[in-house]
Design a protein around this ligand. Structure first.
Ligand code: ADP
Ligand code: MG
Length: 677
């Protein structure tokens, strides 16, 4: 019954079913897990006579009369007078003539909303109403009522109706999926009660208890899933086992000694962790985190060198052609002195042959165009979603290599523990010495012009280059056409009205990969002074001569994302600057952006946003789907570690195969995950 297809919902129109499916609600279970984002409380008022202005209540009365008013063109008012034995209340709705067909004099009506009293008359423009059914509890009035995210024209009222139906249908079904020992051991509400309470709570305490139970469910499922994946990976055998013996260590030490800089302690620690993984028979699944500029590439290069010393090839995959070129240049400079051949493979270039020991390329191309023979190590850079799907992909290719994924997105420990528990983490939490910190300023709107003047001088005097980042217009998972339009418009304005004597370029996500690369390469080659960009330039690109960045609409970005953007400057030896322009003057925004101007550590920034705005923000709006939980709060560390203990104890004493309902939940969770990827 839990997994009954939503199509089976009684007396529901095909359109509603279709809308549910568009929202990813395919089963009764999915609908039950469509969680209200807030509640309204409308207790029943004792009597109409007792009503006071500003009371937010439900009034139950008998309909006396109804009428329609026409105050002006295009506007109608439906007025309904109800009465109890103590007085009369005038209800009004706007432009809803069909209501008067429902409201016949003599019937009972319950209306919920805020009361207005003027002398002896009382009025209400109800937020909710219903025609009570004798013997049935109220659904939309007279209680704490849930408000749902109203998407695709699905009203809270409709969702409530459907929810009630499902809850009634499931009342006698065995939907509890957690074993008793876990329920009692953690003082959790039974599943039935939890779902009733989250959708139709009697008290606020009930909501809290229900949230706790459902959060537990979500975290338990996530963590059980990652624990099982981890265990199955540990059992796998790597296709080409490496030997990391004294001789290999000696060669690696010599390689490090010949680098143009000493490694930081953090880099050295991460290398040791990687080498220790590489010495095992089971494949490495390591995830290397490090702030922009912390020096991940050289760590990856040393892993590739270890593969080379074991006569194995390394694949390096990156998201864009530009990054591929950049990495190709980096790896070539590391490996040329050792006679190790590095290849490049992108949409427009193919410079590989059978001698290439290290092949750098874009993700998509490598999937198609490369032989996976003798690939002992795969490195994936600038990836936001890590591991699970990549390993599955590689398995499809018939290999089980060591896998190193890297990101500059700082992920706080609690999030990492929950979302990426299947991976081992290494963090480069130290910057190379001698970096000049970028100076960051929050610019008041009235100083905008001064900013432009200063930039003009900088370009003239120092031949520096400037990024101007335009914000999202709409919050969405992808760069939208509207955002591109806004950037284009700003580009025209800057080019014509502000920086007419300079060369201004434009780059955005709706351009073809080739066009984007061209613009970036031209910018790198100093053919533009100023580059107007959307967030497409967020990832890994290196233009050492660019020392100034303006970020428009800074309030729209997560701090970690602002940090990623800011990381595009400060890559050369000159002092760099980042200016935040914002049009929102709320204190919260001010504090947040000021915090950003004072903080250069990516992890601290991520944690700030994580605490204030939730995990979705760590990844920026673009990637927000990744860290969204349905109900669990990823900052609730107590609950996270509690579920973690429960999971590990459960796995010690049982196998999941003996728990079909838990298996069903896991399968469901993984399908949702894949849908998100
Ligand atoms: P990211 O972690 O953002 O990928 P990179 O690997 O591109 O950073 O490194 C950024 C720059 O820092 C490169 O120019 C690299 O050569 C340099 N670098 C890396 N490690 C060190 C170090 N230990 N000391 C000084 N410079 C370093
Ligand atoms: Mg990098």
């Amino acid at each position: 019954m839990f997994s009954t297809a939503i199509d089976a919902l009684p007396s529901t129109s095909p359109l509603t079913i279709k809308r549910f499916k568009t929202l990813g609600i395919n089963t009764y279970y999915d609908l039950l897990n469509y969680i209200p984002f807030r509640y309204e409380n409308y207790p029943v008022a004792p009597s109409i006579a007792s009503l006071q202005s500003a009371d937010t209540v439900t009034v139950v009365g008998t309909i006396l009369k109804t009428e329609t008013g026409y105050p002006r063109r295009g506007l109608t008012i439906q007025k309904v007078t109800v009465t109890d034995s103590t007085g009369e209340l005038e209800l009004s709705w706007f432009n809803q003539p069909y209501l008067l067909k429902l409201f016949k004099p003599g019937t009972e009506l319950a209306a919920a909303g805020e009361v207005k009293r003027m002398g002896r008359k009382v009025f209400m423009t109800p937020n909710e109403y219903e025609l009570p059914i004798p013997g049935r509890p109220f659904k939309h009035t007279g209680r704490i009522i849930p408000i749902y995210p109203e998407k695709l024209g699905l009203s809270s009222k409709l969702i409530r109706d459907k929810m009630q139906k499902i809850l009634d249908l499931l009342d006698t079904e065995p939907i509890e999926w957690l074993p008793d020992e876990i329920l009692t051991g953690n003082a959790l509400l039974p599943a039935h009660e939890a779902y009733r309470a989250i959708h139709f709570p009697k008290t606020k305490t009930e909501i809290l208890k229900a949230r706790e139970r459902l959060s537990f469910d979500e975290l338990f499922t996530m963590q059980l899933s990652t624990a099982l994946i981890r265990a199955s990976w540990k059992k796998e055998e790597v296709t080409f086992p490496f030997t990391i013996n004294g001789e290999v260590h000696k060669k690696i030490d010599a390689f490090i000694a010949h680098l143009p800089f000493p490694l930081t302690h953090a880099q050295q620690r991460c290398i040791n962790e990687i080498l220790s993984d590489l010495s095992l028979q089971s494949p490495m699944n390591r995830f290397l985190q490090g702030d922009v500029g912390s020096g991940k590439t050289v760590v990856a290069a040393i892993a590739a060198y270890a593969a080379y010393l074991n006569e194995q090839k390394t694949l390096v995959m990156v998201p864009t052609e530009i990054l591929a070129e950049q990495h190709f240049a980096n790896f070539t400079s590391f490996f040329e002195p050792y006679g190790i051949s590095v290849g490049l493979q992108t949409g427009s270039k193919k410079q590989t042959d059978e001698n290439s020991q290290i092949i750098v390329g874009t993700h998509a191309l490598i999937q198609k165009g490369v032989s996976f023979e003798n690939i002992g190590l795969v490195i994936i850079d600038e990836q936001h979603r890590f591991g699970v799907s990549q390993r599955a992909e590689l398995k499809n290719k018939g290999i089980s290599p060591h896998l190193l994924t890297m990101t500059a997105t700082p992920i706080p420990r609690t999030v990492a523990l929950t979302l990426y528990g299947e991976l081992d983490m290494s963090v480069i939490d130290e910057m190379p010495k001698g970096r000049i910190p970028i100076k960051t300023f929050l610019v008041r709107p009235e100083k905008r012009e001064n900013g432009y003047e200063w930039i003009k001088n900088e370009i003239k005097n120092n031949k520096t280059q400037v990024f101007i980042i335009c914000p999202f217009v709409e919050e969405s998972t992808e760069e939208t056409m509207a955002t591109v339009k806004a950037a284009t418009k700003e580009f025209e304005r800057l080019k014509k009205d502000v920086f007419s004597q300079f060369r201004v370029g434009l780059i955005h996500g709706k351009m073809k990969a080739k066009e984007k690369d061209e613009v970036m390469l031209d910018f790198k080659a100093k053919k533009y002074d100023i580059l107007v960009a959307t967030t497409v330039i967020e990832v890994g690109i290196d233009v050492p001569n660019a020392t100034i960045m303006i970020i428009e609409g800074a309030e729209r970005f997560g701090l970690a994302q602002l940090h990623q953007l800011r990381g595009r400057v400060g890559r050369g030896s000159a002092q760099s600057y980042c200016y935040l322009y914002t049009s929102e003057d709320s204190p919260a925004n001010f504090h947040r952006l000021i915090f950003f101007t004072r903080t250069i550590n990516g992890m601290e920034l991520a944690e700030y946003d994580y605490k204030q705005r939730g995990a979705g923000d760590i990844f920026g709006t673009r990637q927000s789907g990744l860290a969204d939980t349905k109900i669990a709060d990823l900052t609730n560390f107590a609950l996270i570690s509690q579920t973690q203990q429960v999971v590990s104890q459960f796995l010690q004493n049982h196998t999941v195969d003996d728990f079909p309902l838990i298996k069903e939940h896991l399968a469901k969770y993984r399908i949702d995950q894949i849908a998100r990827d």
